[in-house]
Design a protein around this ligand. Sequence first.
Ligand code: MN
Length: 489
Amino acid sequence: MIDYSLLEAWFFTGSQHLYGPQVLEEVRANSEEVVAGLNGSGALPTRVVFKGVLTTPEEISAALREADGAPNCIGVIAWMHTFSPGKMWIGGLRGLRRPLCHLHTQMERGIPWSTIDMDFMNLNQSAHGGREFGYICTRLGIERKVVVGHWREPAVQERVAVWLRAAAAWHDSQGMRIGRIGDNMRQVAVTEGDKVEAELRFGYAVNGYGLGDLVAHVEATEEAAVHALCEEYANSYTMMAGLLPGGARHESLHEAARIELGLRSFLTDGGLHAFTDTFENLHGLRQLPGIAAQRLMADGYGFGAEGDWKHAALVRSMKVMAHGLPGGTSFMEDYTYHLETGAQAVLGAHMLEICPTIAAGTPSCEVHPLGIGGREDPVRLVFDAAAGPAVNVTVVDLGDRFRMVVSEVEAVEPLPLPKLPVARALWEPRPDLETAAAAWIHAGGAHHTGFSLALTAEHLEDFAAMAGVECVFIDGETELRRFKRELHE
Ligand code: MN
């Protein structure tokens, strides 16, 4: 349900008529070579399409309006090969709704010391042409990514790739529909928020559904499909004793499969890309959706527990950004600390709903009591998350604005946890647990997060910039006093 194949970014080169038609022909040929080089590098997740050399205010405005209106155009990449006077860009940039990336590069990597003359200098003047463009963007308050370096450099291509992934998620967010099933966990603050403001800011729509709407889909499931899904579970996971057909707990598995099929049908029917539920409002459902939520996340749906629609949206956007990258992405919750000196870590988990894309090995399909919610024992997938660099991300509503917090962590392998019946991840936050947790708490970060082994802080930085949302980072450089000052700026 995530598809990059039709997405493209449009590439424009800024210039002017001062240099004559021959130079403009060279600018065009060079632009085509740069775009072919980017596409041929294999580093980019989507196609970049060269859309022309822009030399007049009229051309610029028409081109950017066309980009805004093109359904598959996720963003605009601009390169000032020569000098493109900034006033020409005012009309076009002022209305631009697509994300903008300023690629500040030049055709040749090095200066040809022995042959360089004024013709070469006139053609290759990005160094100051890009500054003129930067001035007018800053003057207009245009959020954009500025990528500096030679276009054949893998690090430069990677920074463009990161921006393209953020732009794909931003594009997806504009039409995203989130189903909030059964509203919010009672009394909880951070999972609430202004859904109208969220739609204005992020583009996604959050709408409520009664449990009966979902239950009708669960009740309409066909027996043959339920059996086939039980078989798929058996073929995909290690099965706890008793869960297979004929086993003492098979009825639980059968019910879990009905819930998954019902949820899938409900989401498809509603055109939904993400959903929330809450264990306090399950009227008509026999189990809290566990394996269902886990497997739907693995397929690309956003999910938030306890009515947490902001993290359902965030998980969906992070999954779009991470599409095709190694390492998974999941809904997560900071659960329990290990506060032993020198080995401090956070054990992340949830009651059930952790996405199996982050699993280190084959998940185990199990059924255990839940302890809260008053329903039957829910089926869930149990596993340890893989180790590696990861990010934990939250979006909170501060009343007057949204804030994103991005925390860089190192996921590590936990010791065996034979009595813990839920999927879990263990991580060491940067720079250390005391600083990271204090910074997170000062920032008002939620207990829920989007956790990803696939994304870096830069993906979220680019995404937050596209949304125009405040974004703060907790990383190896974080110093608490400076961080607190940053929150007040
Ligand atoms: Mn929770």
